[in-house]
Design a protein around this ligand. Structure first.
Ligand SMILES: [Zn+2]
Length: 582
């Protein structure tokens, strides 16, 4: 029987030239490539934070290059075998290219929260982020290297030799890493301490580390159910005497920033309809996070940013579970990426194109779909209810897709998914038009509540989840780690309105709520942290979790009525009262 060998030889000769490399050599080459192609933004930011690039900071720059190179070389050398290296690079080269592009274009950093955002991105959102410029970048920094990679042949060798070479390569890389760290330890440690977000710019180590930490957290979370909180929650005395059904409409906005809110004194009147209504506007409210994945769970938690603990927040039930336990009818309606666990196990629906064909296009729906049946719902309302409406709001980068044509108040507005095609002025116009549309929807909802004030006692809170950068400091979109985020991403608008009978129905002292809330608005001390306790206060739900100092209605309930929960197993309200109050 003829062997295959004589046939294979001529075929191999006909193949285009292949590059023969050891696994270690390829690891080092790729680490160098990442240093030069994906980490220039990190190096620029680090040098800027260290007083700029100059003769005095040259050693730091060299040391940083050494650290970045050695980190990635170490990562690859620890994970790679002759069989796994190529698949690993097929994954990491595109990740590195995409991560560096979004960091360079929008200042988006790949921390665990951002990884969570990416993992939960739906096709409609992904489509809006894909631009020709991104595709060109991916072709250059991922496609081309992958083409070269396909020409590389990894050298086969015996186990003993492979181990020796790997040990040698690891030793060399560790020496470079330690040497670089020692050489610039002083400036580097203060740099990393004072600019915590910098570490999330080291690409693609940022994506690997953040993905690992998210997966580990999810495994831990999946192992145990959410901890029940507020087991002692019960209706307050006003429930028995309320003359009418009571509804709190909680509108969770998206990416609306305080700076562009007309009611806050912005140069454009983006909120003319709300301005004509008797609403209380809270000015610049401190958000809990800079993206939805962080902000949303945090807004509905008993302790938010003031003693931030992501594991605790994700491991526990939310405000909505506490309200439901007391008998409040809870309903979550979503026009975005879901409730991030806040409404887990509770009634929740998502706006779909099937239900609202006129308001939906390309997998995305205009926010009017959220409000479409508000009137009918009010007509049928019974008991005490909270209806959460989760808007798509000002979700970027395609602000121009967030409002119907009739709301193009400021022109010419950026009409591209790729923000680089537009001037900052055009981008801001599209953003402001979307805010104007939100203003219209909120005012419309309030007018509906007003018109039914004789049947339902109602209140409406609108608060955005986080802000947005529109080119300040060359940043766009949002998601900069909280500690280093600019105020445009951390300050959000918040508005409150209630019907004429609401205070009486809720058992609040007459003529107290308005001046109390206005005082907070004037001081400007309102944060997302207030939401949990204020909603408990407005709906008169009693639980030991309630911290009066964080309830904006505090002082508007009779002293006898504000006494916490009935004596008994207070420990059932399980969350530790970690807040310091204010
Ligand atoms: Zn958001």
């Amino acid at each position: 029987m003829p062997s295959a060998r004589p046939v294979a030889a001529p075929a191999a000769a006909a193949r285009p030239a292949r590059l023969l490399l050891s696994v270690e050599a390829l690891c080092l080459i790729v680490a160098l490539f990442w240093l030069a192609s994906a980490n220039l933004g990190f190096l620029r930011a680090a040098m800027a934070a260290s007083g700029g690039f100059g003769l005095a900071t040259l050693p730091l720059a060299v040391g940083l290059c050494g650290v970045v190179f050695a980190l990635h070389a170490l990562l690859l050398l620890l994970l790679a075998t002759r069989r796994t290296l190529k698949p690993l690079l097929w994954l990491l080269l595109p990740v590195a290219a995409a991560t560096s592009w979004f960091a360079g274009q929008f200042g988006v950093l790949m921390d665990p929260g951002m990884v969570r955002n990416v993992l939960r991105t739906d096709t409609a959102e992904a489509r809006e982020l894909l631009s020709p410029a991104l595709l060109v970048h991916l072709a250059l920094f991922a496609g081309l290297p992958l083409l070269l990679l396909s020409r590389v042949e990894l050298r086969a060798r015996g186990w003993g030799r492979a181990l020796r070479q790997r040990a040698l390569a690891l030793l060399a890389v560790v020496v470079v890493l330690i040497g670089a760290l020692l050489a610039v330890f002083q400036p580097l440690s203060s740099l990393m301490r004072n600019h915590k977000g910098l570490r999330y710019q080291i690409t693609p180590a940022n994506a690997v580390w953040s993905t690992g930490s998210v997966l580990a957290q999810q495994l831990r979370g999946a192992a145990r159910p959410r901890e029940a909180i507020g087991l002692d929650a019960r209706p307050g005395p006003s429930w028995a005497t309320a003359p009418r059904p009571r509804v709190l409409v909680l509108v969770v906005g998206e990416t609306a920033r305080a700076a562009n809110w007309g009611l806050n004194g912005y140069t454009r009147q983006t909120t003319p309809e709300l301005a004509a209504l008797p609403v209380i506007n809270f000015g610049a409210v401190q958000s809990c996070g800079t993206h939805t994945e962080v902000s949303l769970p945090c807004m509905f938690a008993p302790v938010g940013r003031r003693d931030y603990d992501e594991d605790r927040i994700r491991g526990q039930q939310s405000l909505l579970h506490v309200l439901a336990r007391a008998g409040v009818g809870v309903d979550w309606r979503d026009n975005q990426s879901g409730c991030k666990g806040v409404c887990e196990g509770l009634p929740a629906t998502t706006v779909t194109a099937q239900d609202f064909p006129a308001a939906c296009e390309g997998g995305r729906c205009l926010d009017e779909a959220l409000f479409a049946d508000l009137g009918q719902r009010l007509d049928a309302a019974q008991g005490t209810q909270i209806w959460v409406l989760h808007m798509l709001g000002n979700h970027g980068p395609s602000y121009f897709r967030r409002y119907p044509p009739g709301f193009e108040t400021w022109q010419p507005a950026c009409a591209s998914d790729d923000l680089r095609q537009c001037s900052t002025a055009q981008i801001t116009k599209a953003y402001d038009n979307a805010l104007r549309y939100t203003d219209h929807l909120l005012a419309g909802a309030i007018r509906q509540l007003q018109s039914r004030a004789g049947r339902v006692d109602s209140a409406l809170i609108y608060v955005s989840d986080h802000g947005e950068s529109l080119g300040e400091m060359n940043l766009y979109l949002h998601g900069v780690p909280y500690a280093m985020a600019p105020r445009e991403q951390r300050q959000v608008p918040m508005v409150f309105w209630r019907s004429s009978g609401f205070e009486q129905g809720a058992g609040l002292k007459p003529a107290c709520l308005e001046p109390t809330l206005r005082r907070h608005a004037q001081i400007g001390d309102v944060r997302h942290d207030h939401l949990f306790h204020t909603v408990l206060g407005l709906l008169d739900v009693r639980t030991a979790l309630h911290e009066p100092d964080w309830d904006l209605t505090h002082g508007c309930r009779d002293a006898t009525a504000t006494a916490g929960p009935a004596p008994g197993p207070a420990g059932l309200a399980s969350a530790p009262a970690a807040g310091t109050g204010r």
